[in-house]
Design a protein around this ligand. Structure first.
Ligand code: ADP
Ligand code: ZN
Ligand code: ZN
Length: 751
């Protein structure tokens, strides 16, 4: 008798208590088709409802008595199977991010179902031209033959016609086509086509000879690559230093070596121009993924990768899961970007997942940025000894002689003293007038993300911070009163009316919107053409691309926007960048506040003066002495980093230690408070006497209520990630048992 085989299967249901593998018998007729990574249909639960499952293992040993075991019902037709490395990655993600295995598998299989292939249909003559002409002659005397005459005339002339064109611009009905087909005059043929989203690019490649620092970086990366042991690289290069050229020349080599490349770019920077550059160099061997593509288009890219038709995929974080068999390199451009972190479980960071995936494939991970994340830079420092060490290359000059912009820091407290109550300083006003009169372009930048109700003094610039956590307190309405609250530890104090530093009463929360700025500009400079880019104006397909395109074509003089406008766009006419309220992020109630500020300022400044025009940047702030602002103006990453890492060291924030966020939300404030309180108790019990672990909170979330759900959070800091993961799993289990049948959400995030 043939040996029975059994499959370990993860059922496609998202219930934590069912998050384990179930063993099923593989029926003989499916023997060949069921493999690790396959999607199958299985009877599940008491009612034997047929649901989908993912095969994650196969063995010849039954874990329970085979008489009690159910049988796989069939294959999930048209489904895509995962490669072994991707499944391995899913297991790793489940453990690292505390999601269910089902969620993890769904993430690594972003294209869930195959979509019907697109076939292109053509109509051709089924007979020779002479017979067709004779038939056409016959038709000319007949009634109701106009459509047939139109079609045949075209076919005799050009031999074939696109089916859609025939029914569209020639207005030929299906009945007409069918009848001609039945008479043997024409034939419809179809050809399977893959949709390559780049297929109509036309630009030609301008291959540049690399400058010395580019060559050094290229050679360094290739040396690591040919070491054949994988490895990690940080390419730290100022904006415009030619990082993209380095990526392209390295990619060329990797492809010549017979391996493939995944390149991650933040979705917002996936511009047509960027894509053109790659398409011009690599032609049909490069493809892209983005969220605007249809399921069918995405599936095609997946298929093309599987069939070895492409060597490079470019896309946002989900491009990591393209099934390349011989992955040789992963590049993460703008590696500091926040959008690399997923907001949905598993809440993975693409940088970490890329690191794992590279490791499984012996591939090299290249991370590039003008403003590297503190985590990555920390690991590239000479003293760092961890196994995840990063080799760093620096490129400090802009290409083609373009200069870094000249930055002016404007002290907004001084503006107030000079009785300028406007949100535009005198310096910025002057430079804007100049820019407009020279017919050049300007970008004004407001940071919406920091719009979070912190309180600061417009006279001395001081913001009110938590005495325990050194992050800003935020205004909150609790039980009908205005309070100041720390979102890390829950410290609470009454709202103040006077600055504790200088006694001024110019104190309060503040913020401006893009719309208000636009109105102001139009009033001050009548006739100036403005474009506004924020969440309101960019909804709809290609919304932001259209605005950027219009600005690039000089259809406006000033672009006003939120952080959306700072990402990797090239505007040769922009000579002035104004940052209206640089402090908005410095004072954000988050340990990353200074990091976000530095990054945003440098990236925004990078927009000015990329071509032959020298650029200028005006940074308006109430804290002109803050290290993030001072160093951003000088583009001095090194000094900024040293101050930043000092702060992280003192406060034990990442990357010096790990921080776990525990987050609860529910429709009842009391319930949310109770659950987070209980979670805190469990944490404290587990931590016991350990002094290396600290609990902060619980406290209401910075945004304490969203869609009528009350949100609370707490933090646990430790340098031991295994210990933190242990706490996470225990807390999850205890809360699940205690609050069975009650609706709430409990989430964890270890950074
Ligand atoms: P980054 O990605 O670092 O911002 P890019 O690769 O986009 O920089 O390069 C910035 C500009 O400099 C581009 O217009 C590019 O064509 C140009 N450039 C890059 N490398 C060179 C080079 N070696 N010589 C001349 N121009 C270059
Ligand atoms: Zn003050
Ligand atoms: Zn605090």
């Amino acid at each position: 008798m043939q040996k029975k085989m059994y499959a370990d299967i993860i059922a496609d249901i998202n219930i934590d208590s069912l998050d384990r593998t179930y063993q099923y018998i593989i029926p003989r007729e499916l023997d060949e088709r069921v493999q690790v990574g396959s999607q199958v249909m299985i009877p599940f639960g008491r009612g034997n409802r047929c649901i989908k499952g993912y095969v994650v293992g196969i063995s010849d040993r039954a874990k329970i008595s085979p008489d009690k075991m159910k049988c796989i019902a069939g294959m999930s037709e048209g489904a895509v199977s995962a490669t072994e490395n991707l499944l391995k990655l899913a297991w790793w993600m489940k453990n690292r991010y505390g999601s269910t295995m089902n969620e993890a598998i769904k993430t690594v299989l972003p294209v869930k179902k195959s979509v019907r292939e697109v076939t292109k249909k053509y109509i051709v003559l089924a007979t020779d031209k002479e017979r067709a002409k004779a038939y056409l002659n016959e038709l000319s005397n007949k009634k109701n033959a106009a459509a047939r005459i139109r079609l045949l005339t075209v076919l005799i002339d050009s031999e074939s016609i696109d089916y859609r064109m025939a029914s569209g611009s020639l207005n030929i009905s299906k009945a007409t086509i069918d009848s001609l087909m039945n008479q043997g005059i024409i034939r419809v043929i179809s050809e399977k086509i893959y949709r390559n989203p780049l297929a109509d690019s036309t630009e030609s490649d301008k291959k540049l000879s690399l400058n010395p620092s580019q060559l050094e970086a290229k050679q360094g990366i290739l040396d690591i690559y040919y070491g054949r042991k994988g490895g990690r690289v940080l390419l730290h290069g100022v904006t415009g230093s030619g990082k993209t050229e380095v990526y392209m020349s390295v990619i060329e080599e990797v492809i010549k070596d017979g391996r493939q490349v995944i390149m991650l770019i933040p979705e917002i920077a996936l511009t047509y121009q960027t894509m053109q550059r790659f398409y011009a160099r690599f032609g049909d061997r490069v493809s892209i993924l983005n969220s605007r593509m249809s399921a069918g288009e995405r599936y095609d890219q997946y298929e093309r990768a599987k069939n070895n038709e492409i060597d490079i995929i470019i896309g946002p974080r989900s491009a990591l899961f393209i099934p390349f068999e011989k992955l040789g390199m992963i590049i993460i451009d703008e590696e500091h970007e926040g959008s690399y972190k997923s907001e949905m479980p598993p809440k993975y960071h693409a940088r970490e997942v890329a690191d794992k995936l590279a490791e499984y494939n012996n591939a090299v991970l290249v991370m590039g940025s003008a403003t590297p994340s503190i985590e990555t830079y920390y690991r590239s420092e000479p003293g760092y000894e961890g196994a995840d060490r990063v080799i760093r290359f620096e490129m400090n000059e802009r290409c083609g002689g373009a200069k870094l912009p000249i930055a002016h820091i404007v002290d907004m407290r001084e503006e107030l003293r000079q009785k300028n109550y406007s949100m535009i300083s005198r310096t910025l006003r002057e430079k804007l007038s100049e820019c407009i009169s020279k017919n050049e372009q300007a970008m004004l930048f407001i940071n919406r993300r920091g719009y979070s109700g912190f309180v600061s003094c417009r006279n001395c610039g001081e913001s009110i911070t938590c005495p325990h956590c050194d992050v800003s307190l935020t205004i909150h309405h609790r039980h009908g009163k205005e309070k100041l609250l720390c979102h890390y530890c829950g410290y609470e104090t009454n709202m103040i009316k006077q600055c504790p530093e200088c006694g001024s009463s110019y104190i309060g929360g503040f913020g401006v919107g893009t719309q208000k700025v636009e109105e102001m500009i139009k009033k001050e400079w009548p006739g100036v053409r403005t474009l506004r880019m924020d969440a309101d104006t960019t909804s709809g397909k290609d919304g932001h691309a259209k605005i950027l395109e219009a600005f690039k074509n000089h259809e406006a003089d000033i672009l006003i926007g939120t952080q959306m406008i700072v990402k990797g766009h090239d505007f040769p006419l922009v000579t002035l960048v104004g940052i209206l309220a640089a402090d908005m992020t410095v004072k954000m109630s988050d340990y990353r506040a200074a990091e976000s500020t530095y990054t945003l300022l440098v990236q925004a400044a990078g927009r000015a003066g990329r071509a032959e025009h020298a650029g200028e940047v005006v940074i308006q702030t109430y804290v002109p002495e803050h290290y993030a602002i001072v160093n951003a103006a000088k583009q001095n990453y090194r000094d900024y980093y040293e101050q930043e890492i000092l702060y992280r060291n003192i406060m034990k924030y990442p990357p010096v230690a790990y921080i776990m966020t525990v987050f609860v939300s529910s429709a009842s404030e009391r319930l949310s408070e109770e659950i987070i309180g209980h979670a805190a108790l469990v944490c404290k019990r587990l931590i016991g006497e350990k002094t290396t672990v600290t609990v902060m909170g619980p406290a209401p979330h910075r945004i304490s209520k969203v869609n009528d759900m009350f949100r609370y959070q707490m933090f646990v800091k430790s340098s031991d990630i295994v210990f933190l993961n242990g706490i996470r799993d225990t807390v999850e289990k205890v809360i699940q048992e205690k609050y069975q049948g009650i609706t709430y959400s409990l989430q964890f995030d270890v950074e």
